[in-house]
Design a binder for this molecule. Structure first.
Ligand code: AMP
Length: 418
């Protein structure tokens, strides 16, 4: 399948070529013709699959024939509304719209919370056809009557499962009520849970379903490894690994915002340059942290799941799970930041005995055990590990009788893999 086969016109094909895309990704092959045909589409595709282009390209194609260079704001009503849960995603989609839409006289902008609203109002008043927004900030604009959604033709709900997780559905409902009932609605979600299907029922009309192979079968070029480690010694192990393997550009995930802050300052104190990105940081702080990381001014970026969602950092050599996520699916999201597009990558998980349950969840989803590596001096104390292992393994504690020859960490892994 080529982009030519998908029904995009010459200038969009030129754009795609300029971006260096030689062939469409699976979600693009499946979704682009459907979107062009005006169908509602419910697509299971996560970040990294090329899903942004899968909706932005055909949307531009559909709008371009009626695009105009007129000056009056009235000639530029909002025709496309793209809702996405986080500011970072909003910025990335906004950037994609600008990139792919170069040369087409369609105006676009991005609105999201955490920044001043006045500059957004100015742009909205001048007229934009494509509006990318986070739900809360869009409702602020609705409340101030700075946006009119009555002429929206295409409504995109990006990261539907995240919208649910973040409690945005009531906001989405309020927004959808302001849109024409006659419209095209595209819903993208990493997973198809029952809740996502319910969302589709509520907001879509007879959608075509697009399901591309989830990245559960993780790319061959991605190496996964877990280090059993004492909870209290994780940060030291991380410093050890970064130094031992001369790691650069390491994206580290923590479960909590406070954990992210603490780890970032600890790493900095230990001489590993680090910045952090999480929900308690202002927009400008987040942007600065991300730029510092992308520009390789810092080695490590510590992030929480929500804040990292959809960060488009390509070719990352290392992703570290400082803690395993609560939701196994998030493991896939996290490690999807490395080994993209053929580049090789390593996903490292630091797993302490209290995380056996999360590890089981992840390995069940992967349908395989993650290979285990040992750094002897950081291994958890077998006494403390015995408890959770025994809970799953029922008396497998006897493995420890052989002492160090059968390291505790191996037990942690085998118990969890069953
Ligand atoms: P997304 O899933 O939308 O976050 O896209 C992930 C990355 O894939 C982005 O950096 C895109 O620039 C890139 N990308 C999108 N489509 C293609 C394609 N057909 N070939 C190669 N890279 C692509």
């Amino acid at each position: 399948m080529t982009f030519e086969d998908l029904g995009l016109s010459a200038d969009l094909l030129a754009t795609v070529a300029r971006e260096g895309y030689t062939e469409p990704t699976p979600v693009q092959s499946a979704a682009i013709p459907l979107v062009l045909a005006g169908r509602d589409v419910l697509a299971a595709a996560q970040t990294g699959t090329g899903k942004t282009a899968a909706f932005v390209l055909p949307i531009l194609e559909r709008l371009r024939n009626t695009a105009n260079a007129g000056f009056s704001p009235a000639r530029h009503p909002v025709r496309v509304l793209i809702l996405t849960p986080t500011r970072e995603l909003a910025m990335q989609i906004g950037a994609a719209v600008k990139t792919y839409g170069r040369g087409i006289p369609l105006r676009s902008t991005v609105v999201y919370g955490g920044t001043r609203i006045d500059p957004e109002i100015k742009i909205l008043w001048s007229g934009v056809e494509i509006l990318v927004a986070t739900p809360g900030r869009l409702l602020d604009h609705v409340g101030q009557r700075t946006v009119n959604l009555s002429q929206v033709e295409i409504f995109v709900l990006d990261e539907g499962d995240r919208m649910l997780d973040m409690g945005f559905v009531p906001d989405v409902r309020k927004i959808a009520a302001l849109l024409p009932a006659q419209r095209q609605t595209l819903l993208f979600s990493a997973t198809f849970s029952d809740d996502v299907r319910r969302m589709a029922k509520e907001f879509q009309h007879d959608p075509e379903i697009v399901e591309v192979a989830a990245r559960n079968s993780i790319a061959d070029n991605l190496t996964q490894v877990l280090y059993p480690v004492d909870q209290a010694r994780k940060a030291d192990l991380l410093v050890h690994l970064i130094r031992r393997d001369s790691m650069e550009q390491v994206l580290v995930f923590t479960r909590s915002k406070i954990g992210a802050s603490r780890l970032a300052s600890y790493l900095d104190r230990r001489g590993v340059s680090t910045s952090a990105i999480h929900g308690d940081r202002s927009q400008s702080e987040r942007t600065r942290a991300l730029e510092a990381f992308k520009g390789r001014f810092v080695k490590v970026l510590v992030a929480t799941d929500v804040a990292s969602r959809g960060l488009d950092i390509e070719d990352l050599p290392y992703v570290v799970n400082f803690e395993l996520p609560h939701e196994p699916q998030d493991y896939i999201h996290r490690i999807g930041r490395t080994g993209r597009a053929g580049a090789s990558g390593t996903a490292i998980s630091l797993v302490s005995p209290d995380e056996v349950e999360q590890l089981r969840g992840v390995q069940r989803l992967l349908r395989k055990a993650i290979p285990c590596a040992i750094v002897e001096e950081f291994l958890p104390d077998p006494e403390r590990e015995a408890a959770p292992v025994a809970r799953f393994g029922g008396g497998r504690g006897s493995r420890y009788s052989s002492g160090r020859a059968q390291p505790a960490g191996v037990g942690l892994q085998t118990a969890a893999a069953r």
